[in-house]
Ligand binder design. Structure first.
Ligand code: HEM
Length: 335
């Protein structure tokens, strides 16, 4: 098949697969009497305020969507990916995990809409499509049931019924291992990638957020190591502002830079990231009950967007219905 730049190629029967995934994620959402948190990325390290400042010297062909205006107020939420709990507590920050960023530009466009940008600290997603997500979910179920047993240094033990999804998930385990091996000094110190593609007008891009500051915190010095990522942001922002560059990368080769498979990195050697804006996070106190409540009441989604920035590809198509329905469900529960 000859692939075209910016074009989507949905899986056959994709809508049905999305419904199956939504149903299975909804089942996991019951937090047994606790207030319902996000199904993914439930642990927040802080909701902070800042500004998204578009570069003043952008070439005309990049002045599309939000990049047409000078400045926006933003809310930014930092998170861990894992929804695992032990004794009612979400996983310790000392355990390797995907670290998330979610940025909400406020009062965007003519209708005062929101534009969200969502990233993780790795250039690629761990599953390529919805079928991949469902296979991975089955393997996790097998692990809970003791029918898939993985021990470091030992060959995996897999019951026949889980063999097929287990084999199909080998690449996902590889990517998750790379993500878990990454050290994070503070969420303010690391690079985040969209992993999935988006429109920029008629073209397709991925995006990236690159910090100006590095090594701002030493986890060994934390008062509470299980929650040191919040402590790191808190200590830094008490004294000064933090900054990230917001960069975009154009899809320039439809065969190498796939729209439908976010496990394949778009190489910078094929198309470099270009800086288009600066994210400024104010000096502030954010670790309050009020801000935590606001954090839980918010929803971030790649589908909170101007049409010029519409999400592309199967993983993003699935996120439309899934983020909408699961975030509504958790908010209903908390009332
Ligand atoms: C089919 C694939 C995916 C599914 C099913 C999924 C599911 C979810 C769900 C249910 C939430 C919580 C929504 C809410 O309650 O408000 C969430 C949040 C999040 N997801 Fe995904 N996700 C997927 C792909 C991705 C990808 C590719 C990324 C990479 C950037 C990502 C990064 C995040 C982040 C950072 C959050 C936290 C947002 C916040 O702070 O509110 N997800 N995801």
């Amino acid at each position: 098949m000859v692939l075209e730049l910016g074009k989507e190629y949905p899986l056959a029967g994709e809508d049905k697969l999305i419904d199956i995934l939504l149903a299975s994620l909804s089942q996991d959402l019951d937090d047994k009497g606790q207030p319902m948190l996000r199904q993914q990325h439930p642990k927040s390290h802080g909701l902070v305020k800042g500004e998204f400042i578009v570069d003043s010297n952008l070439p005309e062909d990049l002045k599309i969507g939000v990049f047409q205006r000078e400045k926006y107020d933003v809310l930014i939420r930092f998170s861990n990916g894992s929804n695992k709990r032990k004794d009612g507590h979400l996983q310790s920050d000392m355990v390797g995990d995907a670290r998330g960023i979610a940025i909400k530009l406020l009062n965007v466009g003519q209708n005062n809409n929101e534009q969200d940008f969502v990233g993780i600290n790795h250039p690629v997603m761990f599953i390529k499509d919805i079928k991949g997500y469902l296979d991975f979910g089955l393997v996790q179920k097998g692990m809970v049931e003791g029918k898939v047993i993985l021990k470091p240094g030992e060959p995996p033990q897999v019951d026949d019924e889980f063999r097929e999804p287990f084999q199909a998930s080998a690449y996902a385990f590889g990517i998750l291992k790379e993500i878990a091996a990454k050290a994070t000094t503070s969420p303010l110190d690391i690079i985040y990638w969209s992993t999935t593609p988006y429109k920029l007008g008629e073209k397709a891009i991925k995006y990236q957020m690159v910090p100006h500051q590095t090594q701002t915190f030493n986890p060994q010095n934390a008062q509470d190591q299980d929650n040191y990522l919040r402590e790191g942001i808190k200590q830094y922002l008490q004294k000064r502002e933090a900054y990230f560059d917001f960069k975009i990368q154009f899809q320039t080769d439809a065969d190498k830079m796939l729209i439908e498979d976010p496990t394949i990195e778009w190489k910078e050697s094929d198309s470099p990231f270009i800086k288009v804006a600066t994210i400024k996070i104010f000096q502030q106190e954010f670790d309050t009950a009020e801000v935590k409540q606001q954090d839980e009441s918010l929803s971030f989604s790649p589908w909170h967007c101007l049409p010029e920035h519409r999400p592309l590809g199967g993983v993003n198509r699935a996120r439309n219905k899934i983020y909408t329905q699961l975030s509504e469900k958790r908010k209903l529960d908390s009332h």
